[in-house]
Design a binder for this molecule. Sequence first.
Ligand SMILES: [Zn+2]
Length: 164
Amino acid sequence: MRCPFCHHEESKVTDSRNAFELNAIRRRRECCQCMQRFTTFETIDLTLQVKKRDGTFEDFKEEKLIQGLDAACRHTRVSHDEVRRLADQVKGDLMRRGVREISSRELGDLVMQHLQKIDVVAYIRFACVYKRFKDVRELLEAIQSIVPEATLKEEELSDATEEK
Ligand SMILES: [Zn+2]
């Protein structure tokens, strides 16, 4: 990265942080020659393809992720700001992985890892959409994975399953 002051070719990075709202990495640099400091923004090319269940691909869209999260978090104590933050974290994870494609299942799991720490109800709602539980038993297993003491009586399990 050429120094804007003396045009020397080499600089060293003194600090680096993600600026997700700009899809960029902000770097503080110091010229190796004149020691002047300057900041650069390096744009991240996040062209990520999501492989859907039917085998087709679609572009990863942050807005879509945020919509899904907003829906899961509606009427919970999770605010829209928290949703945006969570989407940023997911994006950060994806960037760090440096992959070009991810299955919708992996993406869903990744989101759930974060959501699980924030709100149980939102987590379960999100899981219902992503995991498409076959029956109430699967749903209960998902709940028990984060709330171990959750139980249903055996007859409640069979009733709910037969309804389908
Ligand atoms: Zn310089």
